[in-house]
Design a protein around this ligand. Structure first.
Ligand code: ADE
Length: 234
C-alpha cells in the first residue's frame, strides 16, 4: 500500500517509519510511506502556506494553491489515489473504516495546520475524516492514528492474522482480561480458570468476561453486539 502524507512538517512522518510494526511493514514491502512537503508547492519568495482570512478575524488560514497542487502531484504519480482530509469536521474514524481503507492501494492524507484551511480545498479531496471530538493543532497526529490503525490490518503485517480478528471492535466486543507471569503479582492472583488447562472452559470464561466488560464500559457497543446476535439467531 502507498500512503502519502501531505504536511508542512515532513520530519514528523520520519518518526513513524523508524519504530515497531510500521517500520517492519515498510521493510517488508507492505507499506510505502512518503511525506510530501506542502511548502514545496508554494510559488512566492517566502514560501508561505498560510494567509490572513478574508472578512478579518484572528488567526491564519491555510492557502489553497500549495495544498491542491500537492494533492494533484500525489494523484498524478499513481492511479487510484484516495485523498483524505484530516479534520474535526470529518466522518468519525472507526475500526470498520480502518478495515475498508486497508484495502485501498494508495491513500493521500492531507494534514491541515493553522486555525483552518481555505474552504475550497474540500473540493479536491475524496473524503474527510475526524479521529474524535476534540481539536488538535494539526492533522498530522490524526493522520498517524489512521495510518497505525490501517497498516496493521494489511495482510502479512502483524504475522498473527487471528489477533486482528479476535480483538476489540472486530468481534464487536472489548477484549477479555489477559495475564502473564508471575502467577501472583503484589497479592493479585491470576484467575484460577486460566491455570486449569481446560481449553473449552477458558474460552467460555473469556467470552463471558468480554461481554461483561463491554456491557459495563461501552454500553453502546454492547447494544449493537446484542442486537446483531439476536438478528443472527432469528
Ligand atoms: N485536525 C485537528 N483536530 C482533528 C481531529 N480531531 N481529527 C482529525 N483531524 C484533526
Amino acid at each position: 500500500m502507498y500512503i502519502d502524507v501531505l504536511t508542512i512538517f515532513p520530519e514528523m512522518v520520519k518518526l513513524l517509519s523508524q519504530w515497531g510494526i510500521l517500520s517492519r511493514a515498510i521493510q517488508g514491502g507492505h507499506l510505502n510511506l512518503r511525506a510530501i512537503n506542502i511548502r514545496d508547492f508554494t510559488t512566492d519568495k517566502r514560501r508561505s502556506t498560510d494567509d490572513a482570512p478574508y472578512g478579518g478575524g484572528p488567526g491564519m488560514v491555510m492557502k489553497p494553491e500549495p495544498v491542491v497542487k500537492a494533492i494533484e502531484y500525489a494523484k498524478r504519480e499513481r492511479e487510484k489515489g484516495t485523498a483524505i482530509l484530516m479534520t474535526p469536521q470529518g466522518r468519525r474514524f472507526t475500526q470498520e473504516m480502518a478495515h475498508l481503507l486497508s484495502t485501498h492501494p494508495h491513500l493521500i492524507l492531507v494534514c491541515g495546520r493553522y486555525e483552518g484551511i481555505d474552504e475550497r480545498i474540500r473540493h479536491f479531496v475524496d473524503e474527510e475524516i475526524s479521529i474524535g471530538d476534540y481539536v488538535l493543532t494539526g492533522g498530522e497526529l490524526p493522520a498517524f492514528v489512521l495510518i497505525d490503525a490501517v497498516v496493521r490490518l494489511i495482510p502479512g503485517v502483524l504475522g498473527n492474522e487471528s489477533s486482528t480478528r479476535e480483538e476489540s471492535f472486530s468481534t464487536g466486543l472489548l477484549e477479555y482480561p489477559q495475564y502473564t507471569r508471575p502467577q501472583i503479582f503484589r497479592d493479585l492472583p491470576v484467575p484460577e480458570i486460566l491455570l486449569s488447562g481446560h481449553h473449552k472452559k477458558i474460552q467460555e470464561w473469556r467470552r463471558q468476561m468480554a461481554i461483561q466488560r463491554t456491557q459495563e464500559r461501552h454500553p453502546d457497543l454492547y447494544k449493537r453486539y446484542f442486537h446483531h446476535h439476536l438478528d443472527k439467531e432469528k
